[in-house]
Design a protein around this ligand. Structure first.
Ligand code: KG4
Ligand code: ZN
Length: 381
């Protein structure tokens, strides 16, 4: 464990965050755990589009090609050199193992050569930290902006909601890294459901942004799609029935003994808008239903930390804000650029982790894990 670069003032500490868990190669420099000085994201969407999903082998090769230019760009945009860094944070779990290893290897090499601490960060926990980040821009004063944001310590205990392409789960957090899972999806993640719905509609990958856009001009009441509730007290989710309902709406259902049955949907622009709107409505409702239960079951949690790619969704953002307002819960939700996978959330949570242990890093033998690893920073449940 190296401590050579322990900063005198933690608010000035510069941490480089590296993210490579799936199909985004990303790096960011964050000051004081809150202010993102840069946020470079090289997306691989075009490489995976024809497969309508992420191909692990293609993803790790692309990470290997992009990781160094992305790190260089993050340092350049932040206006610093590598020797100005006080630590390197790597997203080392959970994710695609071949992809994670690229970021981990780059981070370890950098930390070793600069003799600064390295810290491994859980990607899912980092999504829930992303709402604490602020982007430095123009003349705006970071201290004024951050003083208007919730203080990290005052936000706990908190509820957490992660809605992304790989995860859909509710958590209870005693601190940014002391996390207990309350419920999670039993089948598809909600982002995955968006991507599959888009594929059925022959829309491009990833599906979330385009379904969101088309839904703006749609009437959600045109189609009656199911909202999964599961058992009375359950905080789990299920999105596979919704996906199947979209399929049946598109293809139609044959009549049985001359009864029932529905025709295939005409793929007119308006029908597609309406189906996207109905799908988006059902997804948001399924999430807010469970969140409402979680709020009722955890009355001492005064904050909701929401994160993950689907928090970029326009309707979900509105519905979360409404529910939190009605429940007296403070909503901490990322700015748009920190919703999707990014290095800033890794740097921010890495800073917090190091600060809590006197800036002592992990051993250089740290590796990657496809699942949330027990041990270093547990994700309980
Ligand atoms: O957090 P993220 O970048 O990666 C994972 O950790 O999985 O989330 C990616 C997911 C994709 O499934 C994408 O379709 C979805 O987030 N997404 C959206 C929107 N923007 C991205 N889903 C709904 N509405 C959006 N506006
Ligand atoms: Zn993610």
């Amino acid at each position: 464990m190296t401590q050579l670069a322990r900063p005198t003032n933690l608010d000035d500490a510069l941490v480089l965050g590296i993210e490579s868990s799936c199909d985004e190669t990303a790096a960011s420099v964050v000051r004081g755990g809150r202010v993102a000085l840069s946020n470079v994201i090289a997306s691989q969407h075009e490489l995976h589009a024809e497969y309508r999903g992420v191909v692990p082998e293609i993803a790790s090769r692309a990470h290997a090609e992009r990781i160094l230019p992305v790190i260089q760009a993050a340092l350049r945009d932040a206006g610093i050199g590598p020797r100005d860094l006080h630590a390197v944070a790597i997203g080392n779990r959970p994710g695609l193992i071949g992809s994670l290893l690229v970021g981990v290897a780059a981070g370890k090499a950098l930390a070793w050569s600069l003799d600064i601490p390295i810290v491994g960060v859980d990607h899912v926990q980092a999504h829930m930290y992303a709402g604490f980040l602020w982007r430095a821009s123009g003349d705006a004063s970071p201290s004024t902006a951050i003083s208007a944001m919730p203080a990290i310590d005052a936000a706990f205990p908190a509820l957490g909601l992660v809605v992304s392409g790989g995860h859909t789960a509710l958590y209870r957090l005693e601190s940014p890294t002391h996390v207990t899972k309350l419920g999670s999806t039993r089948d598809d993640a909600v982002g995955e459901a968006y991507d599959k719905c888009a594929a059925l509609l022959e829309l491009p990958f990833p599906g979330g942004p385009i379904v969101d856009k088309l839904a703006q001009a749609g009437n959600a009441d045109r189609f009656d799609l199911p909202v999964s509730r599961l058992e009375r007290e359950s905080l789990d989710f299920s999105f596979s029935g919704l996906k199947t309902a979209v399929l049946y709406t598109l293809r139609g259902v044959p009549s049985h003994n001359g009864r029932g049955g529905t025709p295939a949907m005409d793929r007119t622009d308006q029908n597609i808008h309406d189906l996207c709107a109905a799908f988006q409505h059902a997804c948001s409702r399924a999430i807010t239903l469970k969140l409402q239960r979680a709020i009722e079951q955890n009355p001492d949690c005064g904050t909701l930390l929401a994160g993950g790619g689907v928090t970029a969704n326009s309707l979900l953002r509105t519905r979360l804000a409404e529910l939190c307002k009605a429940s007296g819960v403070r909503l901490v939700i990322p700015a748009m650029e920190f919703c999707l996978d990014n290095g800033a959330m890794i740097a921010g949570l890495g800073h917090h982790t190091l600060a809590a242990r006197a800036w002592a890093g992990d051993a250089l033998s740290i590796s990657a894990s496809a699942s949330s690893a027990p041990g270093a920073a547990p994700l309980r449940g």
